[in-house]
Structures are given as structure tokens and as C-alpha cells.
Ligand binder design. Sequence first.
Ligand code: PEP
Ligand code: MG
Length: 837
Amino acid sequence: MTSTSATGLLTHELIRLGGAASDKADAIAQAGALLAAAGCVDPDYAQSMMRREAAANTFLGHGVAIPHGLVEDRAMVRRNGIAILQLPNGVEWNPGQTARLVVAIAAQSDAHLDALRRLTRLLQDEDRLVRLFETDERSEIIAALQDEHQTAAQGASLGDLAVVFDWVVPYPSGLHARPAARWVETVRGFAAQVRVRRNADAGDAKSLISLLQLGLKHGESVVVSATGSDAEAALAALRRVMDGLSVQEQADAAQAAARAAERAPDWSPPGAPAYIAGVAASPGLAIGTLRKVSAVEAEIPDRPVALTEGGAMLDAALSTTRFQLRALADDTARRVGESEAGIFRAQSELLNDTDLITLTCQLMVEGHGPAWAWNAAVDRIAAGLSALGNPVLAARAADLHDVGRRVLTVLEPTLKSDALSGLPDAPTVLVASDLSPSDTAALNVDKVAGLITALGGPTSHTAILARTLGLPAVVAAGSAVLDLADGATVIIDGQAGRLYLEPSEADVISASAWLEAQREVRERESEVRALPAVTRDGRRIEVAANINQAHQAAFALSQGAEGVGLMRTEFLFLEADHSPDEAEQFEAYCAMLDAMGGRPVIVRALDIGGDKQVAHLELPREDNPFLGVRGARLLLRRPELLEPQLRALYRAAAHRPGTLSIMFPMITSVGEVLALKAICARIRAEVGGPETPLGVMIEVPAAALQAESLARHIDFFSVGTNDLTQYVLAIDRQNPDLAAEADALHPAVLRLIHETVKGAEAHGKWVGVCGGLAGDPFGASLLAGLGVQELSMTPREAPAVKARLREALWPDLRELAERALAAESAADVRALERRGA
Ligand code: PEP
Ligand code: MG
């Protein structure tokens, strides 16, 4: 954010009201003369502006053009200034584009950016802009272009808006990016202006960066205020979200503390090797060869393009990045956890920041290429965050750089860094100034044994991801680590926060022995994981994985998954900015079947709607999307989505016979099932596919209650407890206020699962569960007791579920289920666990 003043750039002598111009060249010549007369530029500057017109379009839209000289002619600028030529009758700027306000810019530095920023905002305030085309008051024009500056300058001492409430930050980690992104999302839906103020500092609640700049810490008091027609509603919604998130934030902090307390056994080197001390970020030992990863300092090419083209390129790059981050968040949520996925959801919110986008556009308007402009804008805003000396904000600057680099490589693919590729097969200890969350998430853990960074902190997103990946890591070790030579053998102790240099042979042998002992423990665990989930008296439950992509299969198998119980196909649509065609889908399904090596795979047909929106499908907005056209309802209305998917699936089934099953989401009625079955039969005949088991998800109470009728027509059921709980308890699954009450162990949910099993058994069909309850060891025991035969979960959850089932006796599980069905509340059901179930 620039703090330079717009005052003085635009004076009365630089404004000509009620002017007329015969053509664009005439308008530019007049504007150039105004600038020259005020001593801002050399007389030749108008020619430089004309040369710029030949290379780029300076028409901003809505009747405003902003001619300016070429970058190489900056020497012609004697002082910064902005000249305004008002042309009430307009002049044709380009064919079909009429300029009524010509804003000619002479700038040596970025002094004019405040005025330009105001101008870009004014384009959205058409009424005010139109008044400027006709006004006979120079001061009205000056005010319009300067009051943005004044607002920015007063930002630090802004008062409160009309509707107000006080709040004390209850989040143990303060207002970091994940909850702040939720605040922004909430208020964006309202027209009201919403402000959050702590003492003299105020932030705009619609801008993530502005909120983060406040650096709110746990226990601080703030005043939240709003103005506008829906101010009351906006504040009520925001307050619900602010309060609702505190449960999650406190749980996350407690979990982080518990993880930190889960200390691995200590190790100390028998010799006394020299070490560099940093901050422990992820426990464990790693012995490896040092490899420095230098930050990519590649020169960003500055390739100016026409303004409209640059805008379109930026827009496209932002959408592509949003899709990438959404897919990454989705993937992280399914594999690691919802909290970790929040890292990438918050990064995505940074892409909406108006300051960032405005600044980029301004730099493009000045004549820079989109990649250069974007990079410079990211650098400037991130520098602003880092400069505030708050470690939380410095970490967010790292996120901004990370997401900025993603956009940059979309704009300029030649900048894709391969610093992390081509790592040797030998265990490597990476040394970097800092590592981005994206880089960390993408590390090949077969090659990288540990990480050490000069900067960063233990709460950075990189550290969080290193812990979830099980990579020993030390952060904030200082710049000394960057001077170490590549190729040396080192030992990282991620628990003690040390990097041991030049370890002796005895040190290496001792560390290897420690690692070997850890490996043996893991091996014993994995042997147990590989065993089937058979109760002590011989009842077997299938344990499968919820995975979406073939490359996740190896991990799922290593955790003991015996198949895929739910392959969500939405990711195929979310990842790209178009619907994947039949060929792309065929490839993805075959890859999954191949990766699972003949084990059963259940692919769920596209489940879009509700919480899963795909922008490029441009579905109509619904007031109640969870009760709207989602899942099977959408598939039946959109054959262009359903049919290519079914064709790809039946062709994949032919490719690996006997392993694929197809499942439909959000089924409510027998009629839907019959309609879907008829389409399947037709498509199967068309592509010559084999007979393939067809199942439906039980997610709607109506389907559970009619399970007996549905079971006549299908081969299996899979209960989606996430949605079933939402619909049974009438609790939006995304409402943080009600998260604690949306408990799948509620007896009402369990009774519907019981109905489902009875209905299926009446026709000799089987029931699985692929919602979140299946991955909870106690929930899994209960479901097994209810007669569920297959449980599908996040791969990481499989070992504990298997271990619990292997300890159980079938009659005990049945009794547990009966007691749970008779319980009065979810709490009573949970209490059964403590009583030794
Ligand atoms: C469910 O609803 O439980 C389920 C597994 O489907 P999703 O979470 O994808 O809606
Ligand atoms: Mg569902």
C-alpha cells in the first residue's frame, strides 16, 4: 500500500472543464499541454503518450482514458502530476469507445497510484463518475480523486460505523489467516461496509490482508461496526461466525499442544558434534546429505500487452490458481485434515484482495506486463505485512508470496522452478531460507529426510505441513545455515531443534540405530494394519479408503486399506476450469483401478451442489443449495454431465473387469434410482461395458426410511453420515456455530442406519458407510454392531479402526449398538464408550 500523497498531483490549473477534442490525438495533445504548462513535463511528452497508444490501450472503461508516457521517456517528467481533460461530448478513443474524462498521467515514481486506485474504484461508482463528466466544479473532480487517499491516510484513526458490537478475541492463536478468511467470506455476502477496530487501528472486514494487518492477538478487545442497509444482518452473521470459530480454534490449539506433547524418545549424540540451534518444528531424526534450495531469484520478464489483454490474462491466471488451490485444499482435507486444508483455502482468499488486484492493474496501466506487475504488487504488499514486525503477519507474508508465485507461474510458465526436482535418491536434508507451504506439501518424502530453514516459525504453515508429513524439521536457524556447503552429511534433530554438523561415525551409527528402532516400531504397526479387520470371534468388516486420485492409492494401501469405498469424482471437475471429457475421465478411473491392483473400487458419480460448487458449471444460484438441485438431482437434469461420466466408467469397467462399482449420491426416491438405472443400462449397451454393481448413497432420511424398497433395485448401499446427520438433525454441515451438535452418533442418525441395514438385509444386499463416522474407532465399532459390512475412511484412520475391531467380540458390538439405539442423546451414546465398549 502506498503512502504517497495525491495532494499536489492534481491542482486546479491541471483541470480543463467543458473541453472538446476533434480526435484522440487532439485530446492527448491538449492534456500534454496542460501538463507542460504546469511544469510537470517537457513539451514532447504528448508524443510519448501517443507512442504508448500505439503499443497499448489506455481506455479504462466507462468513459475514462488514462494516457501516459512510455517508461523509457520518464526523463521527460519533471514532477509528478495528473491532468484532467473533461470532454462532455466525448471523443472516440478506440472504435466504439468514447472517452469523456481524459486523465493524463506524468509520473516518475508511484506517487500517482492513490489517484489511480481511486479512479479504478470510481469506475464501479457509475453515478459519481457520470457527474464528473459534466461538473463545472474543479473541486468535485479533485475530491473524487483524492478522498480515497484521505481514507487511506486516515485508516489508522478511523472511527466506528453506525451499528456496533464489542468483542474479545477468544482464539488462542489470535486472528490468523484461516479464521480471518471465514470472516471475509461471511461479510462479502452483504452490501454493508464492515470495519474491525482495535484502538486506533482499523481494518476492512472484506479484505483479508487488511484484517491480518491488525495482527489481533488472543484476549484483545475489538470494536466491530458496520454501515449500510443490511448492516444489522451482516454483523449478526459475522458475529455468529466469529464466535462459532472459537470452538474449532480452541480444539486446534489443544490438538497442537497434544501433538507437541507426544514427544518421541530423546536422542543425544555420543560425540559432541558442533550444531546450529534453531526452533524445533517437527520431531524426529534425519541423517542426510545437505542440499541448499535457493529462492528462485529469476528475473521476471516485463512483457507489456494491451491493457484489456493483460486484464484478461490476470483474470484467467487468478481463476486457474483458485482451481488449483481448491483441488489442493480438497485433497489436503481428505488426506490430512480439514484444518490443514484451511491453509490453502485461506491462500485462495488472498487472491480476492482488492488492494493486490488494484495495484497490479495500476502497474499494468503504467505499461508493465501482467507477470511483472503481479509480482511487484505481491512483493509490495507482502513487504508491508512483514514490516509490521508481527511474526503472525510475517508468516502470512510467506503465504502471500506462495500464492503469488502460483499465479506468476501461470502467467509466465517459464518461471516454474525445478529447484525441488532432480533431488538425488539418497536421503537429503533440505536447507532453505524459507520454504513455501505449497513446496512443502509437494515434497517427495522418499527423497527428503528433513528440513532446516533460516527463517520461518514453528506455527508457520510450512511447519504444520512438515509435522503432518512426518518430516523432521528445524526452523528459524538463522542465516548461518545458508553458508553450509552442499553435500556434507548432517543430522537433524527436529525435537531438540538442532542441526548437527560434521557428526562422527559414532554419532551417525547411534542416530541410525535410533531410526532403526523407530522403523521397527512402525513396521510392527504396519503388520497389524495389513491384517484384516476380523473380530476375535471371526466376523470380518471390510476397511476401505476414501481417496480421489490414483497417486493416493499407495499410501492408502500402506495404511491397510482393502479397497476404495468412495472415490469422489468432484475433484476432477474442481481441479480444472472445464468439465473433463470422457477420455480424461476414462484415464482417471483406469489409473485408480490399476493403482488399486484389482481390489474393489467404488466410484461415486458427480456430487455437485450444496457445499461442492464448481464455478465453471455456472449453476443457478439457489437460496438453499443443500435442499436444492444437488447430487443425483443434478445428474438427472444434466445428461451432458452424467452421460460422459457413465460412458467413461463402463469403459473403465471393461478395462479391469470385476473391480469397479458405481454409486449415486443424494438419492431421495425409488423413481430416481429407476431413472438412473435405465440410463446406466442404455450407456452400458452403447459402450459394450460389463455388468457393474450399482449402489446408492444413503444421505437423506427418506432414502434410509425407504431402504427396503430401494434395496430391491440396487446392489449395495453406502451411508454418507456427513450429509445424513445434516439432514436428520437439520444442521447445515458447514455452520461452525452448530458444529458440536452435528454429531453423527445422535441416536436418530443411528436409527436410520439401522433401518438401512434392515432394508438391505431383506434383499440380501450389503451396507457400507463412507461418511466421517466410519473413521472414528468407536463409531466404527458401533456401525459394525449395527450390521454394516464395509467402512470407508481417510487412509490415516484405517489402522486405529482395524486395531479396535480386531480386539472386539461380535456379540459385544451388537449389544453396544442396541444400547446406542436406545440412548436419548449423542452424549449418552458417547458415554457408552467410556463404560468400556
Ligand atoms: C457424506 O455425506 O457422508 C459423504 C461421504 O459424502 P460427502 O462428504 O462427499 O458429501
Ligand atoms: Mg455427502
